[in-house]
Design a binder for this molecule. Sequence first.
Ligand code: SAH
Length: 244
Amino acid sequence: MAMALAGLKALPCSASHDAEDARFVQARQAMVREVLQDVAATAAETGRGALSSAVEKAMGRVMRHRFVPPDLVNVAYENRPLPIGYGQTISQPFIVALMTELLDLSPDAKVLEIGTGSGYQAAVLAHVAREVYTVEILPPLGRSAEERLKALGYANVHVKIDDGYFGWKEHAPFDGILVTAAAPHIPPPLLQQLKPGAKLVTPVGPPFLTQYLTVVQKAEVGTVTTRRVLPVAFVPLTRGAGSP
Ligand code: SAH
């Protein structure tokens, strides 16, 4: 994957678009328009007819072409999931935007992501929250995402290689938790690490069958309410050796 970056200078994320290839900027703008159309078309199910300006801006800034394998750079801004190796995928931009939106993060939020993958979703979160903690179970993916995020200047993203079922206790509680792999149930440790009043957004369902994007809200008293949003297809949340 590092080869894809040959010839492209590592730029801090705040770098102006002038330094970036204009075709990528245009393709990304078109992608954001498609994402907004999908958001509007699914408003009845999701309860969101538009993106907040913070999420829309984040989608317009993150260089998705830097998060996909070299042979897919030319299709990086298509509104669909793409393979990133090891049987895993970078999610569809619409789903990334919707999940981020559903978290209702404030700019000073501390957020946890389970399933770093390419690091793309973490980069989007990094634009709308203060600190992003992300856990990846596959070491090569976790390591390359960490290097990529560092090269792009995302100093507020912290990557850990571990079984994300257990969250990241040292940094809990979180103002939002996003899970980008599907499990038949919501991991109890994640609910424990969620602040009262905060939301957890996750696909729920069996592997390779219908899963539902689900919003879980923890009430101030600690009880939870869940809401099914949309049918989705995510790779399964796998478990580390020796896990219960
Ligand atoms: N958010 C990613 C896409 C995630 S694909 C992106 O933006 O590119 C789902 C990821 O979850 C895969 O990388 C997979 O290896 C990881 N994963 C699966 N089970 C996991 C677990 N128990 N803990 C942490 N990561 C897990």
